[in-house]
Design a protein around this ligand. Structure first.
Ligand code: NZQ
Ligand code: ZN
Length: 388
């Protein structure tokens, strides 16, 4: 196992009715900004629950944080934070609202010239402080509720980049599985595959003698395979929603990734598909991962066979036959929960390949993946395999 330092300070309040605890979690004398998205929280009752829990608190609202949150929108919130001397941010929404709020928290206290440097890490820029954040999660998927990561898009240049800091770890996150009841089918599907692929990024690499991390990872994958379809069949199934929600949080809170190699190539390539074509985050991952499994099958062989045996019970046949069956099972799972896996399914053709490859070249990135050997030629092959 590799050396590691694990730190996660997020207080999780999990279960039905937990939103009412806000009054004890948010500091009484804080000047609060409540951040939210396009308005789903006003339709599903979450907004009313938050406002009623915080009655008598000093709150202003900032709505309109879009999916794949835009830097341009978030900078408007930063101006409002400064003008109103806000000292607590309460993010109520999915990963986009949470990520966007983390960026607002860091940008509002940023002392450098350009807050976009937080994302590009120009001149080794790092976040040194941030306004405290609390969250009420409304969409199980990203794990943003229990990590310090934010993924932000600069609309002007179509750059979609990630930053991470322990200063943007939420102080608390409220996870009430009943928020799942109002989710559209596509967002449930996106959430299932996003969580699944977060696990794969930290698991489908090479063996590191880390059986605890491996078995935690496998248990999350199996839970998503078993519980995901139940949520899709009946989103008012509280127990299925609760298991889905906790699985998604555990998939990206640092636990299964401690002390093991990590890949993240699927996400890096997927972010470009969202940036160029607006394809949902979860959908992009299901396009890219099967291509990576094919192109990097030798690199990943040992973990691929372990995944096949322990998750899909595939034990028969030659190594090649087993790997083929494993990739097929994985693709079938994505399709069975409603996510298509080819670029043509999203109206995208081969013109995307040089665009994505050039993005990596222009950023000076020669190779990615757990071994740092997935080259820009590999990226082209991966996308080519996934054309139709
Ligand atoms: O904007 P509103 O009106 O709230 O509607 C949202 C949005 O349209 C809707 N929604 C959320 N909760 C709902 C609901 N509709 C009905 N009922 C509810 N309870 O769902 C739509 C999508 O929301 P969004 O927040 O964009 O989805 P998700 O949670 O999947 O977040 C995706 C973003 O997270 C980033 C992605 O790149 C993407 O930008 N990621 C963040 C990560 C992290 N912080 O660690 C890791 C991930 O890999 C990912 O990259
Ligand atoms: Zn993701």
């Amino acid at each position: 196992m590799n050396n590691f330092e694990f730190y996660n300070s997020v207080r999780i309040c999990f279960g039905k009715g937990e939103i009412a605890k806000l009054s004890t979690l948010v500091p009484r004398d804080a000047r609060i900004m409540l951040t939210y998205g396009g308005g789903s929280i006003k339709k599903n009752g979450v907004y009313d629950q938050v406002i009623s829990a915080l009655s008598g608190f000093n709150i202003i609202g900032f709505g309109g944080i879009e999916a794949n949150p835009h830097y341009e929108t978030l900078m408007k919130a930063v101006a409002l934070v400064k003008a109103n001397k806000i000292d607590f941010l309460l993010a109520v929404g999915g990963g986009s609202v949470l990520d966007g709020t983390k960026f607002i928290a860091a940008a509002a206290l940023w002392e450098g010239a350009d807050p976009w440097d937080i994302m590009t890490r120009r001149n080794h820029a790092t976040v040194k402080k941030a306004i405290p954040i609390g969250t009420v999660l409304t969409l199980p998927a990203t794990g943003s509720e229990m990590n310090g990561t934010g993924v932000i898009t600069k609309w002007e240049t179509k750059d979609k980049l990630a930053f991470a800091s322990e200063h943007t770890l939420p102080r608390f996150s409220i996870l009430d599985p009943e928020v799942v009841f109002s989710l559209p089918q596509i967002q449930i599907s996106n959430g299932i595959v996003d969580a699944f692929i977060h696990v794969m990024e930290q698991y489908l690499t090479y063996p590191a003698n880390a059986p605890v991390q491996d078995r935690f990872a496998e248990s999350i994958l199996i839970t998503l395979i078993e519980e995901g379809p139940k949520v899709l069949a009946d989103r008012s199934d509280y127990n299925a929603a609760a298991n889905f929600m906790w699985a998604a949080t555990m998939a990206l809170n640092g636990l299964i990734g401690a002390g093991v190699p990590q890949d993240w190539a699927t996400h890096m390539i997927g972010h470009e598909l969202t940036a160029f074509h607006g394809i949902d985050h979860g959908q992009t991952l299901c396009i890219v991962l099967p291509g990576i499994m094919r192109v990097k099958r030798e690199n990943k062989q040992e973990k691929m066979l372990q995944y096949g045996e322990r998750v899909w019970k595939i034990t028969e046949g030659t190594v090649d036959e087993r790997i083929e069956a494993i990739i097929e099972k994985t693709v079938h799972f994505f399709e069975s929960v409603g996510i298509k896996t080819k670029l043509s399914d999203y109206g995208v053709g081969s013109e995307i390949i040089p665009k994505v490859v050039n993005r990596f070249i222009n950023r000076g990135i020669k190779a990615i993946g757990e071994r740092g050997d997935l080259t820009t030629d590999d990226i082209a092959r991966i996308l080519e395999l996934q054309l139709k």
